[in-house]
Ligand binder design. Structure first.
Ligand code: 13P
Length: 261
């Protein structure tokens, strides 16, 4: 089945209102109206509304980097799915490796599952991040780690609600390190994820769900990674902060899409 490639930029905790809107405006001006590839930017919460305005009229969507699972109330400092929709957000990243491993206290699969169900239930499109650490890979635990993150992260999800789900395979050892997974490593992990989705949800959903690769995606490796049969896009960190690099990664996706037609 042909899946539309999806390139998303995760800006993490970077930029200012001025540099964020300038980057969004530059991308909006330089990304053509061609919608053969889906594109989204995920700025820090406080810049989403300004970035959304800078992107108005372009094909680029906005996403958030996290969300809380309650809809409203006494949850100081939290942001609900409804609030994200309210400011024009279409996507939300859930379970990013930095929230699982770097930021304390770490998020576990149970809280990630609560967030995922709340976000999908409210109409947000979820990018669920999964991936193993270097230690886990070296101990041959990659598949068991991915299995647990998918099984627990997608618990109680009814197949019809998974129609808009996106999975991002982000090996922790490849994030921000310049050490990209080889195309074979990426394809193998993506194929495993898709086979587990077929068992956890159903084969139709599994073949429709887009699986992005994330971890040191750059203009010079994007074409090879995106050419893999089960790699349906990229979740880009550092390179999404530079307009020229992010545009080159989008172009790689468009090249693949047009050569497949
Ligand atoms: P880098 O592209 O900087 O390695 O980050 C990847 C990532 O974590 C995207 O969510």
């Amino acid at each position: 089945m042909a899946r539309k490639l999806f390139i998303a930029g995760n800006w993490k905790m970077n930029l200012s209102v001025e540099t964020a809107t300038a980057l969004a405006a530059e991308l909006a001006a330089r990304v053509s109206a061609d919608s053969s590839v889906d594109i989204a930017l995920c700025p820090p919460f406080v810049y989403i509304a300004a970035v959304r305005r800078a992107l108005d009229g372009s094909v680029i969507a906005t996403g958030a980097q996290d969300v809380y699972h309650e809809s409203q109330g006494a949850f100081t400092g939290q942001i609900s799915p409804g609030m994200l929709l309210d400011i024009g957000c279409e996507y939300v990243i859930i379970g990013h490796s930095e929230r699982r491993h770097t930021i304390t206290p770490p998020e576990d699969d149970c809280i990630i599952n609560r967030k995922l169900l709340a976000a999908l239930g409210s109409g947000l499109k979820v990018i669920l991040c999964v991936g193993e650490t270097l230690d886990q890979r070296q101990q041959d635990q990659t598949e068991s780690v991915l299995d647990k993150q998918l099984t627990d992260g997608l618990a109680n999800l009814a197949s019809p609600s998974a129609a808009t789900l996106v999975i991002a395979y982000e090996p922790v050892w490849a994030i921000g390190t310049g050490q990209t997974a080889t195309t074979a490593q990426a394809q193998e992990a993506h194929a495993f994820i898709r086979s587990r989705l077929a068992e956890l949800l159903n084969p139709d959903v599994a073949s429709a769900v887009r699986i992005q690769y994330g971890g040191s995606v750059k203009p010079d490796n994007a074409l090879d990674l995106l050419s893999q049969p089960d790699v349906d896009g990229a979740l880009v960190g550092g390179a999404s902060l530079k307009a020229a690099d992010f545009l080159a990664i989008i172009d790689a996706g468009r090249t693949i899409t047009s050569s497949a037609q």
